[in-house]
Design a protein around this ligand. Sequence first.
Ligand code: AHR
Length: 490
Amino acid sequence: MNRLTIYAGEDGPIINRHIYGHFAEHLGRCIYEGIWVGEDSPIPNTRGIRNDVVEALRHLKIPNLRWPGGCFADDYHWRDGIGPREDRPRCVNTHWGKVVENNHFGTHEFMDLCDQLGCEPYICGNVGSGTVQEMRDWLEYMTFAGNSALANERRKNRQDAPWVITYWGVGNENWGCGGNMRAEFYADEYRRYATYCRHFNDGKLYRIASGPHDEDYHWTDVLMREAAAQMEGLSLHYYSLIQWENKKSATQFDESEWFTLLKKALYMNTIISQHSAIMDRHDPDKRIGLIIDEWGAWHAAEPGTNPAFLYQQNTLRDAILAGVTLHIFHNHCERVHMANIAQTVNVLQAMILTEGEKMILTPTYHVFEMFKGHQGATRLPILLQGQDYTFSGDAIPQLSASASRNHMGEILVTACNLNPHQPVELFCNLYGTKITDVTGRLLTAGAMNAFNTFESPDTVKPIPADGMILDGNNLTIMLPAMSVVAVTLT
Ligand code: AHR
């Protein structure tokens, strides 16, 4: 018996909308082509930013966008990306294929993008190869309202009003591509940088320290011990992948790889629990957010593409991976204040793929769209009793689910069936509310590796969920094998 009990009359914590954040790096075709095509492009654009991509992302209600990296951030010098575009220096993107970066997409273009998307900027500053002064000056340039040289330079570059910046990363992966630092060294550096990272207007900066990856619990402990007083958030990176060396194909896989990848995704729960336990010791009130600003599936680059560009396809498996991960974030939302899937367009587990003027939405996009009602909603306590999905002597839960109530009293229930063979009849009991109506949408496909292409863009897309039965406050949801469902109850 698969049963979901929802205590709909009870109050839980708010699912921070920033958990549904995104990440766009100067990497491969994410920024250039995927977002920025330039004002003279035949691809319809607004001030150089492609309209189709903006429209699709607006539909997701994306709350924030992290930029300019990733590893790129610690080799980025903001002054290269301001002023007349034709005068901007051409630099080498050392991390991602040594391609030439023309800096046509810089601070003003990024802030314009956030404006067009209606989202908050999350900027990652350069610790690895930058200076405290460079970082501090960037903040003054962007946020000072008064009559200073830097604020006037911004005005000269046609931005009169200061921007509002809240989320600010102090370096990225400083244990690796951001300078190969030890935790102890970075903690001291962080304190120094963070001292000068301030909002020059009335706003308050939310400073995010570069955090650990995977099981590096030492990094978390040292940062929390030495620098908690100067930080509002601590980042964590965890990618789901089968193996680092010789990564596996995004589309050509058997059930063994299906199972293994989903098991890796579920491991996010352990990773968060362990880092949270360390943070709890230093910050029992959970003031400091755990910011999972890079997560998602990392597969081999598509054959025939530049391996340094990390362009990968996106299947139904990735959609389910996204669903279970978002549920894990909900479960930890007292500590997880923000998360950013990597990356928005054409890189890693993307929402959108582009080819010239063409654009397609990935299965992962559809999960973010189906789940968007959870943003800012109250998480409801649930009890999920389900069978295991077993494969080759190993087992993971077959089901993953979450429920929330929005400010209008609507309840959103989302569930994933991880088993590629067995459909599930999920019996839901709701307590503490009266349900009169139910509507639902379903994402599934005929094959584990189904994906959308430019020729066939709708192979994996949501359809109305059939077969739901509402009987008083009891609801039966039919979950086909390998599926994601989103049900709204009013
Ligand atoms: O998202 C791709 C890369 O993965 C990022 O640049 C880096 O932070 C991480 O290692």
